[in-house]
Design a protein around this ligand. Structure first.
Ligand code: ZN
Length: 88
């Protein structure tokens, strides 16, 4: 990750954090006091994954629990992993 994209990610986190939205995946409130690696801590999730051409900006970013985000990610990538035979 470049210094520039890291700075942008930090700014995006700060913007979302200030609004304190609920998790966009499970709809429950996020405790913004929790920090990584707590599974219920706040992470920035991209609506359209960056790997699929999603924009790295606030319009494509939503707040999520770390655990919800990792569950969603596993589901997104599972078909790709199966197709490639990666798990065989
Ligand atoms: Zn959640």
């Amino acid at each position: 990750m470049t210094e520039r994209s890291k700075a942008m990610a930090n700014r995006m986190r700060a913007l979302i954090r200030r609004a304190k939205p609920n998790c966009h995946i499970c709809g429950k409130p996020i405790n913004y006091e929790l920090t990584w690696p707590d599974p219920m801590c706040f992470v920035v999730d991209h609506l359209v994954p960056l790997a699929k051409g999603g924009a790295d900006n606030v319009a494509n970013a939503r707040a999520a629990h770390a655990t919800c985000n990792s569950t969603k990610r596993a589901r997104d990538y599972a078909p790709i992993i199966r197709r490639s035979g990666f798990l065989e």
